[in-house]
Structure formats: C-alpha cells, structure tokens
Ligand binder design. Structure first.
Ligand SMILES: Nc1ncnc2c1ncn2[C@@H]1O[C@H](COP(=O)(O)OP(=O)(O)OP(=O)(O)O)[C@@H](O)[C@H]1O
Ligand SMILES: [Mg+2]
Length: 162
C-alpha cells in the first residue's frame, strides 16, 4: 500500500489533536530470511469523530494498517500517535492499557459456541475488569443497543448470522 490519501477536505484545526496521526510509516514482514515490504510510507491524520475507509485489493495492507492503528503491532519505521501517545515508545503494559481504550472489530472473529449471546458479550467485560464496570449491566446495555435483548439467551447458531 502506497501513500494513503484519505479525503480529508478540511485540515485539523491547530488546537485539535488528531485521534490518530501516522507519519511516514513503513511496515515489512520477515518471512524466513526475506523482508517483505507491505506499507511503503503512510501519512495520515484522523480527527475525533471522523470516519476513514481504507480500500484496496486483497493483500494490499488494509489489515496491516488497521493493526498498527489499533496498537496491535509495531511499525518497521515511522511514527504512530494514538490518542496522544507515541505508540512506538510505549512498553507492552502501556500498549495493553491503550488497547483497552480502542474498540477493534476483527475481520474474522470467533464466538464461544457453547455460550449464549449474553455470556459472549459479558465475557470480555469480565476479563478486562475495568474499574467501575459491571459486566452484567454492560452486556445488557450493549445487547439492547444492537437490538438483541430478546435473543440474549440464544446460542450463536440460533442467531441469524451467528
Ligand atoms: N503476520 C504476517 N506475516 C507475514 N506476512 C503477512 C502477515 N500479515 C500479513 N502479511 C502479508 O502482508 C500483505 C498484506 O496483508 P493484509 O492482511 O494487511 O492485507 P489486506 O489488504 O487486509 O487483505 P484482505 O483484503 O484480504 O483482508 C499480504 O501479502 C499478506 O500475506
Ligand atoms: Mg484484511
């Protein structure tokens, strides 16, 4: 993927720190002895509340870029700032904390087939143990938000689309 040029019609205001800033980011994967470049110098800024779609053929690097923005991987070169943090400089613990602030929907995801919709949604809230978060209450709120309250006790195979 070459220089990524989203349709940012208006530049961020001086006093508005972008939620995500990427400067000359390059990413290569090492496959055996070979270094395979995937991202060849990406520059972009995403403001709070802004939507950005990354489009390209299969294998062009969209997920690689999303993983970098989601603090799930390190760039080979360049700087990534997410919510004001220079990701390259963070320790693993700090990165894990920052990931907790980011909602990330995986391209392919797994649900626990033996658990109900409610239990699947409640589980991450129980694992991350955010201060002040009541997993049961939060799971009910989220299921309500997506219109699944009436189906919360159904297993994934009993729901349309799993
Ligand atoms: N962990 C990895 N190790 C080695 N190569 C990888 C790794 N992840 C991705 N690649 C390679 O990097 C390139 C970009 O992959 P990526 O998954 O980012 O593409 P994509 O644009 O998301 O594709 P798709 O549209 O199929 O989801 C591909 O050639 C892929 O094989
Ligand atoms: Mg992908």
């Amino acid at each position: 993927m070459n220089n990524h040029n989203p349709h940012n019609h208006t530049e961020p205001r001086q006093d508005e720190t972008p939620a995500v800033e990427i400067r000359d980011v390059r990413k290569s994967y090492c496959i055996g002895e070979m270094e395979v470049p995937v991202l060849h110098g990406i520059d972009l800024a995403i403001r709070r509340g802004e939507f950005l779609a990354s489009m390209g053929p299969s294998g062009s690097g969209k997920s690689t870029l999303a993983n970098l923005i989601g603090c799930r991987d390190h760039p080979t070169e360049g700087e990534i700032r997410v919510l004001g943090n220079v990701v390259n400089k963070l320790s693993n613990d700090e990165l894990a904390h920052l990931r907790g602030e980011i909602g990330f929907v995986f391209q392919t995801f797994d649900l626990a087939s033996g658990m109900s919709a409610f239990q699947n949604v409640e589980l991450p809230a129980m694992v991350c143990q955010k201060h002040g978060c009541n997993p049961e209450k939060r799971a009910k709120e989220l299921l309500e938000l997506v219109g699944l309250s009436d189906h919360m006790h159904h297993k994934p195979t009993q729901l349309s689309g799993g």
